[in-house]
Design a binder for this molecule. Structure first.
Ligand code: FMN
Length: 81
């Protein structure tokens, strides 16, 4: 699955954490991607991983309009088994 959210105070908003706590993500691969006002993802991946220890949270990416379709496809393809 992919998980999209804005960056708030250097991490994902509380509603994203609530969402992850509410469902079973065992064995899932989670790829975070985010918008932000300027800061990077910070400790987002580590924070999310702590909430879903049975899932694999990958390093995420900021999608703030500076990537082209080719770069996005290459990034997305890198998660295929
Ligand atoms: C409460 C709050 C905290 C925020 N904290 C950050 C932050 O730490 N770093 C950052 O770059 N942007 C921060 N922002 C800006 C949001 O990341 C930005 O508004 C969001 O990416 C816009 O997404 P949208 O275009 O989907 O509305 C914050 C916004 C809000 C409302």
């Amino acid at each position: 699955m992919t998980e999209e959210f804005p960056v708030w105070w250097y991490t994902a908003p509380a509603i994203i954490r609530t969402f992850l706590e509410a469902y079973d993500f065992s064995g899932k691969v989670i790829v975070p991607f985010a918008t932000s006002g300027g800061s990077r993802l910070g400790r987002t991946a580590e924070t999310l991983q702590e909430l879903v220890p049975a899932a694999a949270v990958k390093d995420g990416k900021l999608l703030n309009g500076r990537l082209n379709a080719g770069e996005l496809k290459k990034w997305a393809d890198s998660f295929e088994n």
